[in-house]
Design a binder for this molecule. Structure first.
Ligand code: DC
Length: 227
């Protein structure tokens, strides 16, 4: 199996780039952020406070009461929380914030570790997240770290949210991006950082198609079986 790990901060374009590269290569695309978002949604819906002080209740609820499943429909990842497709519900600002908070808890990261590793063990995958190259798949065949300037990332996130009908300002999104960058890079457990053997792609000045075609060609050149 070929495993490609893509990490990077919020709004760097990694999800859309990873999804499209996977489609062109016939790989499975795994969006691991959706798993943290789904855990956060589960807690919110069940009145479970997301805070480090409440970690044992959260851990117990995830182990005993949450069944998390992933399915691919027309190449699109769908996550099911106790049988319910939550894709439409996990992309709000509220869930983004809660996901960032819940992802700092070691027991939550541990809970999601096996799910992520077992998908990679059985499929050619492009998996995107924050700690894929450093923690989840340290032996990935290829590691990419995608980033861009915070202002550019905030603008991309803002355009996505507006397109989905959310009412928000660019300034609010920039505050959210900066806060999440801080949380993601400063947490004790599996902080966001570029793996030593990862290749850096800065998309500040590169558009989507250029990034995707460059990366797809690069992956194909690295793995002869794909040519
Ligand atoms: O990629 P995203 O914005 O959907 O991720 C939501 C949150 O989950 C983000 O704040 C960081 C966290 N996350 C993580 O800690 N590790 C991952 N592998 C993926 C996401």
């Amino acid at each position: 199996m070929i495993n490609v790990a893509i990490d990077g901060p919020v709004g760097a374009g990694k999800s859309s780039v990873a999804r499209e590269c996977a489609r062109r290569l016939g790989f499975i695309y795994v969006d691991t952020g959706a798993l943290y978002r789904s855990c956060a949604l589960f807690c919110i819906k069940n009145g479970i406070t997301i805070s480090p002080d409440n970690e044992s209740e959260i851990a117990e609820a995830l182990e005993k009461r949450l069944e998390l499943k992933i399915d691919l429909i027309d190449g699109e990842q769908h996550v099911y929380v106790n049988g319910e497709d939550v894709n439409g519900e996990i992309r709000t600002i509220e869930i983004s914030k809660a996901a960032s908070e819940i992802s700092a808890l070691p027991s939550v990261r541990k809970y999601l570790l096996d799910t992520q590793r077992s998908i990679a063990a059985n499929n050619n995958v492009i998996m995107d997240g924050r700690d894929i190259g450093t923690v989840i798949l340290p032996n990935a065949d290829l590691k990419i770290f995608i980033t861009a300037k915070p202002e550019v990332r905030a603008k991309r996130r803002y355009d996505e949210l507006i397109a989905k009908g959310e009412s928000i300002t660019l300034g609010e999104v920039l505050v959210d991006v900066n806060r999440r960058d801080f949380n993601d890079t400063h947490r004790k457990e599996a902080p966001l950082k570029q793996a030593e053997d990862a290749i850096l792609i800065d998309t500040t000045e590169i558009d989507f198609e250029e990034t995707v075609s460059g990366l797809t060609a690069f992956i194909m050149s690295r793995f002869e079986t794909l040519a």
